[in-house]
Design a protein around this ligand. Structure first.
Ligand SMILES: Cc1cc2nc3c(=O)[nH]c(=O)nc-3n(C[C@H](O)[C@H](O)[C@H](O)COP(=O)(O)OP(=O)(O)OC[C@H]3O[C@@H](n4cnc5c(N)ncnc54)[C@H](O)[C@@H]3O)c2cc1C
Length: 386
């Protein structure tokens, strides 16, 4: 296979999830070859049906690399942000922001399948799955990567895009209950971010809504024990508990499709670089899904890392020289989004009345101050930019 400019050793991407595959495609655009290893088969990855809200910035990044299947995408044109029991309600709207759309949703499995097909068709990318990494050993001039099947390769860099991976967390205190719903009583292309004292609850657009019913993906975060209880409820009881969290009187759930549960891991690495090993995406930071920021932030990691490696490639330098610049360039955006996703669920879950008042004032400010609303939406759509 083709090799990177730095010599005879390939550049290894550990993890072919959405971030690892996007990075491989971004590198290939800069004429940098890579090998991607993933522990799962593509069929296994396809079964992950979680719905991801892609920001406008992420859509632009992905559309420059692949053709996202139109039938798998649902546009998000407005997001209604509110909090149970608090006054104030803000609407982030694409017209007001002068954007074509705020973003779009796609299922994880559809996104990975599209990126995988593009990677397989690209002569600068070698994709190996299932190929599980079990160890990485570093020396001054290379890394040795060992796989479950006892094969080994030597590489110039080990780029970890393994997600939360094998960092070995024990039990997780919170989980998200997800399900597809058919609803009446809401506008088309509208998304909801509703904060409850138990945790945030999102309704995200899905493709194939009709004039009669709107299809939405539910992402409802709560303590793990509550999630287990709600997964076990009869459909009608689950729907009653869900509807009780909304103030929209006209809202009705017509159909509830299979519920699933995702454990909510959270971590953020202090150091993104360990000599020839570098982390991005969920391997760098695994976030609470509030406001749908994890993948969006991970894709921005990929853009920054590809750019820095691209510079070393053009100048025929060792790619290890790219890593500290990458880490430096990601400092502010990471810190802002990690802080937002940690702060928001705690801020909206407390019943302490001064904070409840601050919540209402914050939502009202967002509702009545267009500049604040635009800045907040830009942060969600593009992260922190200079
Ligand atoms: C319920 C839920 C809803 C979400 N909603 C949103 C949203 O709306 N918007 C958003 O931006 N984000 C959202 N996220 C977060 C988003 O899913 C993640 O940020 C994103 O999947 C991270 O991509 P990644 O490629 O870094 O990691 P992953 O998707 O975890 O992929 C990691 C890959 O590495 C592979 N791997 C792991 N270990 C090894 C190994 N040892 N060897 C080889 N391969 C390995 C895995 O098989 C996998 O393919 C949500 C998360 C959840 C749980």
């Amino acid at each position: 296979m083709p090799v990177t400019q730095s010599g005879s050793q390939p550049l290894a991407i550990l993890g072919g999830g959405p971030v690892g595959l996007t990075l491989a495609l971004l590198l290939a655009k800069r004429s940098v070859a890579s090998i991607v290893f993933d522990a799962r088969t593509i069929e296994q990855a396809r079964t992950d049906q979680r719905v991801l809200a892609l920001s406008l910035g992420s859509l632009q990044t992905l559309r420059a690399l692949v053709e996202l299947p139109a039938t798998a995408l649902a546009p998000i044109r407005s997001v209604i942000v509110s909090s149970v029991g608090d006054f104030g309600r803000a609407v982030l709207d694409d017209d007001e922001l002068g954007a074509e759309t705020l973003g779009a949703t796609i299922r994880y499995g559809d996104l990975v399948a599209t990126l995988s097909a593009a990677a397989e068709a690209n002569e600068l990318i070698t994709l190996r799955r299932p190929h599980k990494v079990v160890a990485v050993r570093q020396s001054p001039s290379s890394v040795e990567i060992e796989f479950e099947n006892e094969q080994r390769i030597s590489a110039s860099l080990a780029i970890s895009a393994e997600g939360f991976g094998h960092t070995g967390a024990a039990s997780v205190s919170h989980a998200a209950v997800v399900a597809d719903l058919e609803l009446t009583g809401i506008g088309s292309d509208e998304a909801f971010e509703r904060f409850t004292r138990e945790g945030p609850l999102a309704l995200l657009p899905l493709p194939s809504s009709t004039a009669a019913t709107q299809r939405r993906a539910l992402v409802w975060c709560m303590k793990t024990a509550e999630a287990d209880r709600r997964i076990g409820l009869e459909d009608s009881a689950f729907i009653d508990e869900l509807i009780a969290h909304f103030s929209e009187n006209a809202l009705r759930v017509v159909t509830l499709h299979a519920r699933r549960r995702y454990p909510l891991h959270e971590q953020a690495r202090d150091q993104l670089v360990e000599h020839r090993m570098v982390y991005l995406g969920n391997a760098a930071q695994t976030l609470h899904p509030v406001a749908g920021q994890g993948l969006n932030l991970g894709l921005r990691d990929g853009v920054a890392l590809a750019e820095q490696i691209g510079f070393t490639h053009v100048e025929a330098r060792d790619p290890v020289q790219a890593l500290h610049r990458y880490a430096q360039s990601r400092r502010v955006d990471r810190a802002a989004i990690v802080a937002l996703t940690r702060f928001a669920p705690a801020f909206f879950s407390t019943r302490f009345s001064p904070i409840a008042l601050a919540r209402s004032i914050g939502l009202t400010a967002l509702a009545v101050v267009p500049k604040l609303r635009r800045e907040f939406a830009r942060l969600l759509m593009f992260g922190v930019r200079f």
